[in-house]
Design a protein around this ligand. Sequence first.
Ligand SMILES: [Zn+2]
Ligand SMILES: [Zn+2]
Ligand SMILES: [Zn+2]
Length: 173
Amino acid sequence: MSRAMRNDTDPFPACGHDHQRCVRAALQRAEALCARRGVRLTELRQRVLELVWQSHAPAGAYQIMEMLAGERGRVAPPTVYRALDFLAEQGLVHRLDSLSAFVGCAAPGAPHKACFLICTSCRNAVEIHDAEIDAALASCAASRGFSIENETVELAGTCARCQGSDTDASARA
Ligand SMILES: [Zn+2]
Ligand SMILES: [Zn+2]
Ligand SMILES: [Zn+2]
């Protein structure tokens, strides 16, 4: 058993996990959140959210447009952009500027700073929340009199799994 790879410090979603559960949970959270805030999660907004959540790899607006067009014929780009803007405003998705893409947020209940580990090999993006990183960035900016507007931190690299899973061998040793 590869405990080393599957412990709580490996934030990357395990291969073959039940992703439909992630999607269902995301849609339920979105419904509850929008109802609580009194904003409308229209059928299109919901479908766009579902498409962003199709995997843990960020999806570009164009990619989402193509998937929608496959289902319901041509969709005007501004319609899709407006839906994505709405989802981002509500914190249901995060925009990753380095990829011009969107990824679902698993904790959209409260506004938060997001830090993403983006694997350039499997393309998964994992959101981490770390108070120490937030504090370090805030004090670093403050000491230089800098006012932060976009606080999303994006780190590109290779996840533990994509670096090769030779931890199995070391676990047995
Ligand atoms: Zn998943
Ligand atoms: Zn988030
Ligand atoms: Zn990877």
